[in-house]
Design a protein around this ligand. Structure first.
Ligand SMILES: [Zn+2]
Length: 326
């Protein structure tokens, strides 16, 4: 038996916790009262368990097909985007799926193409020092996950930074927050000092910031700039994509900024004639990771190394298509 865990947050917002077959275990998605129906913010990874959890949540809240009014997908990662198409089909009535323009571009590249970036990903992985056997396992994992983002939603409307979105009695401003992803959307209700903060700021874990095909050249710089810009936003409550609700918005941002300073110092010290893969081995418990997590560890090491290089703290040389940092 699957039971969805639904938590009322405010009279008009319910958090639903959906299962993930990763170490992360759970993604938080949100239902917001929207007139006589409900808007959905983020959707889950499309697995049988995910479907069962949504159906159980809908039963608990007496939501029936036709009641959903719109879907907002904060970013293209499969645990947030993956069930958008399934929810539209379940709902029967056609509704818009709203996605940031830059996130939609990633969805087209990574999830809609069957070979989704295999070539670009292979080149970048080799540059990072990943060997052939590991690269094969990374590509296989990506293909498995791609299957869990189908079907694709049809009625997509693009969002941009600064857009205003009305959901029920609330007015949200769309804030583009790059770093964890290319153009993640946060939804800010200024009147209530309430923020749907997606994966930009999380408790207990630091949001992964990785270099991937299609990402900015320096995603860590974008992340740090965005955190710094959002630090003084009046937020009494942030509703995140994973882990617990955030009450001390500014305090948590300060911790994350401090964490990345420490990590940059660590990585700079580890980068003595080293590839991104070797740095990942040195700073993560890499052997204990699943291939899915190893993929993120390499991308994270690469993002930090490129950040250090672009600000002039490291040099990069290419030997036989592999990047070596010193
Ligand atoms: Zn996530």
């Amino acid at each position: 038996m699957t039971h969805a865990v639904t938590h009322p947050i405010t009279p008009d917002i319910v958090q639903v916790q959906l299962p993930l077959p990763f170490a992360l275990r759970i993604v938080n998605v949100y239902l917001i009262r929207d007139g006589g129906g409900w808007a959905v913010v983020d959707t889950g990874l499309h697995t049988d368990e995910g479907e069962a959890a949504w159906r159980a949540a809908f039963d608990t809240l007496a939501i029936t097909p036709g009641d959903l009014t719109q879907i907002v997908v904060t970013h293209h990662h499969p645990d947030h985007y993956g069930m958008a198409g399934w929810l539209c089909e379940w709902n029967k009535r056609d509704i818009p799926v709203r996605i940031m323009a830059r996130e939609l571009a990633m969805i087209r590249q990574v999830w809609w193409r069957d070979d989704g970036q295999r070539e670009e990903f292979s080149v970048l992985s080799r540059q990072a020092g990943v060997g052939d056997a590991m690269l094969t396992s990374f590509i296989a994992i990506t293909a498995q996950i791609r299957a869990r983002t189908r079907p694709a939603p049809v009625n997509i409307e693009t969002l941009h930074d600064g857009d205003v979105l009305r959901i029920g009695a609330r007015t949200f401003r769309v804030l583009e927050a790059p770093g964890h992803s290319v153009g993640q959307a946060l939804l800010y209700d200024e009147a209530d000092a309430l923020l749907l903060s997606a994966d930009h700021v999380l408790l207990k874990i630091t949001p992964n910031v990785g270099l991937w095909p299609g990402s900015d050249a320096d995603p860590l710089a974008r992340f740090i700039e965005s955190l710094t810009a959002l630090r003084d936003l009046p937020v009494r409550l942030a509703l995140p994509g994973h882990k617990a609700l955030i009450h001390d918005w500014r305090g948590r941002i300060d911790e994350l900024l401090h964490h990345h300073d420490e990590r940059l110092a660590l990585i700079r010290a580890a980068a003595q004639d080293a590839t991104a893969f070797q740095v990942a081995l040195a700073i993560f418990p890499f052997e204990r990771f699943t291939p899915h997590e190893q993929r993120f560890a390499v991308a994270e090491a690469l993002a930090h190394l490129e950040h250090l290089r672009l600000r002039g703290d490291l040099q990069r040389e290419e030997h036989d298509g592999v990047w070596v940092y010193r």
